[in-house]
Design a protein around this ligand. Structure first.
Ligand code: SF4
Ligand code: SF4
Length: 131
């Protein structure tokens, strides 16, 4: 039976080192949500990815995401797919040590429903489906 990880909103994943990559449609959605032009959004809130091939969200000086305001994501309704997909559609070995998501064993149909609700995508979109 598949395991769904229920986010507890601890915000650890908004604080650890790494990059949140942005696709063109995500930039459009985020700029629209914030009510700014895309050029302005790019200037104010993004940086080049490490491989210099794309854009990622800017970090604050302390390392947390530019959109982490206190304990909340300021762009929750329009947050990037990478954020929505973690930890169910992608994660990494040992992620449970820092992510407080609650593992829940579900029947396949309920699991698929939860995955769609959390990520907007089907379980088959997983890069590394949970065992
Ligand atoms: S966009 Fe929101 S969910 Fe994604 S890392 Fe930033 S604060 Fe966290
Ligand atoms: S996905 Fe995990 S690390 Fe991120 S906010 Fe939810 S419980 Fe915390």
């Amino acid at each position: 039976m598949p395991v769904f990880y229920e986010c507890q909103r601890c915000t650890a994943c908004c604080r650890w080192p790494g990059q949140v990559r942005l696709g063109g449609a995500e930039i459009t959605a985020l700029a629209g949500f914030l009510g700014v032009r895309e050029e302005e959004f790019i200037q104010r809130f993004t940086r080049l990815t490490a491989d210099r091939r794309g854009l990622a969200l800017l970090d604050k000086p302390g390392g947390e995401c530019v959109f982490l305001h206190g304990e909340n994501c300021a762009v929750q309704p329009a947050k990037p797919q990478q954020c929505r997909d973690f930890p169910n559609l992608w994660n990494f070995p040992g992620f449970e040590k820092i992510c407080h998501a609650r593992p829940v064993v579900l029947a396949s149909a309920e699991y698929a429903k939860k995955i769609r609700a959390a990520t907007g995508r089907p379980p088959s979109a997983a890069v590394n489906p949970p065992a």
